[in-house]
Structures are given as C-alpha cells and as structure tokens.
Ligand binder design. Sequence first.
Ligand SMILES: NC(=O)c1ccc[n+]([C@@H]2O[C@H](COP(=O)([O-])OP(=O)(O)OC[C@H]3O[C@@H](n4cnc5c(N)ncnc54)[C@H](O)[C@@H]3O)[C@@H](O)[C@H]2O)c1
Length: 321
Amino acid sequence: MRILVTGGAGFIGSNLVDLLLAEGHEVRIIDDFSTGRRANVAHLAGRVELVEGSILDADLMTDVVGGTDLVFHLAAAVGVRNIIEQPLRSIHTNVQGTENVITACLASDARVVLASTSEVYGKSPKLPMNEDDDRVTGPTHVARWSYSTAKALDEHLAFAYAAERGLRMSIVRYFNTYGPRLHENGYGSVVASMVGQALIGAPITVHGDGSQTRCFGYVADTARGTMLSGMLDGALDEAINLGNPVEITIGELAERIRVLCDSDSDIVYRSYDEVYGKGFEDTKRRVPDVSKAERVLGWAPLVALDDGLARTIEWWRANNL
Ligand SMILES: NC(=O)c1ccc[n+]([C@@H]2O[C@H](COP(=O)([O-])OP(=O)(O)OC[C@H]3O[C@@H](n4cnc5c(N)ncnc54)[C@H](O)[C@@H]3O)[C@@H](O)[C@H]2O)c1
C-alpha cells in the first residue's frame, strides 16, 4: 500500500514507519520537526519520501495525501508542558490541522487513522477506561484540558465526516507510550525524564506524592495496533484503546528505572504547583480496557514493562549520552 504518516519523524510515528516498511509498504512522511527529530528518520534516507511542512497548510496536505491509499495521522502538538505553555498553537494544530488531513483524505479517497489519546477520558474515575465511557474534564480556563478537548473534537470531526461524507476512518486512543526514540524536551514524558536523570546520576523527579498510577505501553505494541487499525475492515468507524493495562505507581516506576539503570540517583518529590504552576490537575489513575482491541484487531500488548524499559534504556545509552 501507499501510506502517508503525518508526524512520521516523531516518537511513535517513526516507529510506525519502521514497521510499515518492514511489512513492504511504500511510505511518505510529512513532519514540521517541531517536536520530531531528524535523527528519528536519518536511517530512512532513500527508503521513504520525506516532506518537511505543516499539516496546517491545507494545499500542501492535499498534495501530500494525493496518491496514497491510507493515512496515519499522528502529527500533533503534544505534551502537557507544551499544551500549557502554548495553548493556542496546540488547539490550532490539533483541530485545524486534523481537519486539513481529513478533508485531504476525502478528496483522495484515502482511508485515515487518527491518533487520539487516553486524555479524552479526562479525569473520569471509572476504571478501566472503556471506549463507551463518558468524558469527564475540568473547566475551560485550565489550559491542560484543551488537549483533551481538541483531540475529542478531532474524534467528533472524524465521526461526522464518516457519517455525512463517507470518510473511511478509524481512531486509536493511545495510553502512555514509551520506548526507543522517546524524548523529553518540552514534552513531559515521565519515562524519558526519569531514564535521562537516572543515567546521569541526577535526582529522579517524581511529581506529586508518587501514588498516582499509570499504565505504560511499549511503542512496538502501539505501532502494531495502529497498523492493524488501518488495515482491518472491522476497525472502520471505531475508536479503539491501545495501551497496556498493567498498572504501576509513579513512585514505583522511579524505583524500577533506578534499578534497571544501575543508578545511585536519589528519588525526589516535587509538587504539581512547583512543576506546572497553580491550578494543575492530574488524574490519579488511568487504566485502559483493551478488550475491544483484542476483539476487533486481534491485538494484545506483548512487551512487559521491565523488558520494554530495558530496551528503552539501552537505546538511550546508545543515543543520548
Ligand atoms: N506518546 C504518548 O504517550 C501518546 C499518548 C497519547 C496520544 N499520543 C498521540 O500520538 C501522536 C504521536 O505522538 P508522539 O508521542 O510520537 O509525539 P511526537 O512529538 O514525537 O510526535 C508528533 C510529531 O508531529 C510533528 N508535528 C507537530 N505539529 C506538526 C505540524 N503542524 N505539521 C507537521 N508535523 C507536526 C512533530 O514534529 C512530531 O514529529 C500524537 O498525535 C499524540 O497526540 C501520544
């Protein structure tokens, strides 16, 4: 198949591109390198078509989507810190950019997979989080919730374009993903910052009291689920969680990373106010229900946390030190 990956120079996007190439597909990437990295795609020179540009450029998107059969739309303004510091840019990228991708797909009759997020569930207390659950978010003056709302609006757009204009689409909702090419800058990924700190012997920072839990999905699992969502007819018109339901507290994660890095770093706790300023709201627990992914895609996460962390640490040592 001829496939476009938006955000293909990013963390998940570049891992997805590697998988698609390994499966024999022809791949084109569009990325503006705002958070993506040239190093993520350096090994792809001559094997993919790389377009440097923005999904906010509607004419460019029409050109770039042209001639493709399938589009994986991963380009987005991401990361809690980016969203809080540049809420306007994030909203524009994540709403207008996505609508540009969708309309270009309609014009070219390409199928599209939208990368959404567990953030759409907001602070819903219901666990595990199921695709049919209600969204529970905070007030609109808290910038953090704009990411959740923008991604939810993307999902509404996709469903509306499917119902009214015949768009062939699927939505994948990623829960926290980690693995090689994970980055920290302006992003706020907890695994990246902890591994980076542990490997240089700096204090490992835990935000809050460390009792909040998260579930971490390894990027190869995420990429495989994403690819399947674009290829199987059963995934059309569906939103599907992709994550690993095994839960760990952030305090425990810090300890696990310290041991796996063979580090003697201290573990220090910093309040959310100190890190993000007053008014930051975090979710205490976030666990995916992945039964729909199993049912629709025949997908289940295969890589356990210790194994995935070890592979991430190995990559980090080779590339970031
Ligand atoms: N990493 C996670 O845990 C996670 C969790 C939930 C959802 N997601 C979603 O997965 C997708 C990929 O995220 P990631 O973690 O790989 O982050 P990333 O920052 O590595 O990837 C995003 C990519 O999009 C590119 N981009 C941003 N704005 C663009 C624009 N206007 N035009 C073209 N390219 C642009 C960036 O340069 C980057 O390469 C995003 O849609 C994100 O919302 C990620």
